[in-house]
Design a protein around this ligand. Structure first.
Ligand code: NCD
Length: 320
């Protein structure tokens, strides 16, 4: 199916909105944009004159930076708004802030928020595309797409691969979006985490196998995605301590040896060093954590381009 014949959603809230064709098409566009980042002049005029608003209502360094670099490499103007420096600290509601942003007529809004559903809420009310950059424990579609890009480009495919996702599955938006994206592209997904960090229904809802120990998930894996322990989203202590977690669930060389010899190690960052993985694994030649960061810019360039272009093609009736 050609790129032109695909119908895109107005907003990107989660990967359940995209078919396997959409995902592959996004990654194909991202591959062409990745090449731009390797040029001496790292800029194309694709989004010249467009305004991308970065609305980060929750801490973020790499995702925000990545979107900003992506927008700039496409020649768009960017402006950033964070909760602490905005009138939200003075009690303005999310919708009021959004209306004010809209009055500046942006071409896309990139949004991160601690509340699940916040980007969908704004997407339904704003005329421009809204790209979810992480909403609570719900979804993080651009992270999952950059993970898919990293696996696809280094393995040549995603279908038929075994991918393990290990850690705090109950609180991880990265895990949720990845389970959707990976299974949609035909990977076999095995998840593992302490029972206190697993939620019921994962197997039924996402078609993944669920384990309470990492070994069966890592065994024979082509890629392992380690998740950060989401301390800010845990209401109580879900494990005895970081050392205990590292001992039972952390990725060390011994556990990595259970995977295929060319297994990739991924982590969305920021890594709690020595907890989710040992320094030897972090620095291992098969660790592709920085490759993920590079691919993240390309994937976000692709999405900004595709959704802004899509918004321009929609008829006025569709837009209202
Ligand atoms: C992830 C996030 O914020 O959800 N990080 C990121 O986007 N770079 C993962 C995490 O914080 O654990």
């Amino acid at each position: 199916m050609s790129l032109e014949s695909l119908v895109w959603p107005k907003d990107l809230i989660d990967l359940d909105q995209l078919t396997a064709e959409h995902i592959h098409a996004t990654l194909d566009v991202a591959e062409t944009f990745r090449e731009v980042s390797e040029r001496e002049i790292k800029k194309v005029p694709t989004l010249r004159g467009k305004l991308v608003v970065l609305f980060f209502h929750e801490n973020s360094t790499r995702t925000r930076l990545s979107f900003e670099v992506a927008a700039k490499r496409l020649s768009a103007d960017t402006t950033a708004l964070s909760a602490s420096g905005s009138s939200m600290a003075k009690g303005e509601t999310l919708l009021d802030t959004a209306r004010n942003i809209m009055a500046m007529n942006p071409d896309a809004l990139v949004m991160r928020h601690a509340a699940s559903g916040a980007s969908s809420f704004l997407g339904q009310r704003l005329a421009c595309p809204v790209l979810n950059a992480g909403d609570g424990a719900h979804a993080h579609p651009t992270q999952a797409l950059l993970d898919l890009m990293t696996i696809r480009r280094l393995k040549g495919r995603v279908a038929g691969l075994k991918v393990a996702i290990i850690g705090d599955l109950a609180h991880s938006r990265v895990a949720r979006s990845n389970m959707i994206g990976l299974t949609r592209l035909g990977a076999k997904v095995a998840v593992a985490g302490p029972p206190s960090m697993l939620v019921g229904g994962l197997a039924e809802e996402y078609g993944v196998s669920v384990h309470t120990r990492p070994e069966p998930a890592v065994e024979g894996a082509d890629a392992v995605i380690m998740l950060r322990i989401q301390l800010e989203r845990q209401s109580g202590r879900l494990f005895p301590g970081a050392r205990e977690y590292a001992r039972v669930y952390g990725l060390n060389l011994e556990r990595l040896a259970l995977a295929k010899p060319d297994c990739l190690v991924l982590h969305p960052g920021p890594v709690n060093q020595g907890v989710e993985m040992t320094p030897e694994v972090y620095d291992h030649p098969r660790s592709v954590i920085l490759e993920q960061v590079t691919n993240g810019v390309a994937v976000r360039m692709a999405l900004l381009y595709l959704l802004i272009d899509n918004a321009e093609r929609r008829t006025p009736a569709e837009r209202s």
